[in-house]
Design a protein around this ligand. Structure first.
Ligand SMILES: CC(C)(COP(=O)(O)OP(=O)(O)OC[C@H]1O[C@@H](n2cnc3c(N)ncnc32)[C@H](O)[C@@H]1OP(=O)(O)O)[C@@H](O)C(=O)NCCC(=O)NCCS
Length: 206
């Protein structure tokens, strides 16, 4: 999807290939290269940029730890031309904003985060790193979403709510209370309970 998107809209970038942890040798497929994840970015030209195109936020975080040889300034920040992003919004490296997302004033977004189609991020919300905001989710304003959290499609988070680290908010949930770290929240109004996840190193990047 990202390949087609970059190719179609240009966005200041030209798609040239993938790094993939399932392969061990460099190969070319349909004009794009596929190279092992360990492939040294130094072999690529200075103007080559990367993005972690991985939907699962836990996997995205784990892969990021394995490519720490790629410095932050080599990650692309990609904003679809049909997204509305207020000029006051701050966006980290490696973050991807899809079509028809609307991101309003004084929002901040961390690194390697995806804001997907049609989602609405209202004023002064703070979204961490390695977060996924799924299609048509709404953050009603001054909402905080901490790192490595996943907000499901069509979920609504009312204003002023804080979602902790490694949360999973189910599709269609309506969150009206703060959610603690490592929680699963489902339903309307959302009920949360501890989520089973393995412990990983935090503060590797931030
Ligand atoms: C929350 C979620 C991850 C749970 O998936 P799962 O672990 O496979 O859960 P299951 O389908 O086995 O369902 C387990 C229980 O949770 C309930 N449940 C699952 N998802 C729910 C949701 N979003 N809201 C309310 N209840 C839900 C099921 O009804 C079931 O209840 P039961 O045990 O009483 O029968 C998933 O349903 C979900 O919402 N994923 C988000 C999808 C999404 O937004 N994708 C966007 C991609 S860009």
């Amino acid at each position: 999807m990202l390949k087609n998107f970059v190719a179609h809209y240009s966005l200041g970038y030209r798609f040239i290939g993938f790094l993939d942890d399932q392969i061990t040798t460099f190969k070319e497929v349909e004009g794009a290269f596929m190279a092992p994840l360990s492939y040294s970015y130094e072999l690529l030209k200075d103007d080559v940029h990367f993005i972690l195109a991985i939907g699962n936020v836990d996997d995205r975080f784990e892969v990021a730890k394995r490519v720490m040889h790629i410095p932050e300034n080599r990650y692309a920040t990609i904003i679809h031309p049909d997204a509305y992003v207020d000029r006051t919004v701050k966006i980290g490296a490696g973050t991807y904003i899809s079509a028809n997302a609307a991101i309003m004033h004084d929002v901040s977004i961390g690194h390697h985060t995806s804001i997907l189609t049609g989602s609405v991020i209202e004023y002064e919300s703070r979204i961490g790193s390695f977060v996924n905001i799924s299609p048509n989710a709404t953050l009603c304003g001054n909402v905080c979403v901490d790192d490595i959290s996943f907000v499901g499609a069509g979920a609504s988070i009312i204003q002023g709510i804080t979602l902790g680290k490694r949360n999973l908010i189910g599709a269609g949930a309506t969150v009206i209370r703060d959610v603690a770290d490592n929680s699963l929240a489902l339903g309307t109004p959302a009920m949360s309970k501890p989520r089973k996840t393995e412990t990983t190193l935090f503060n590797v990047f931030f």
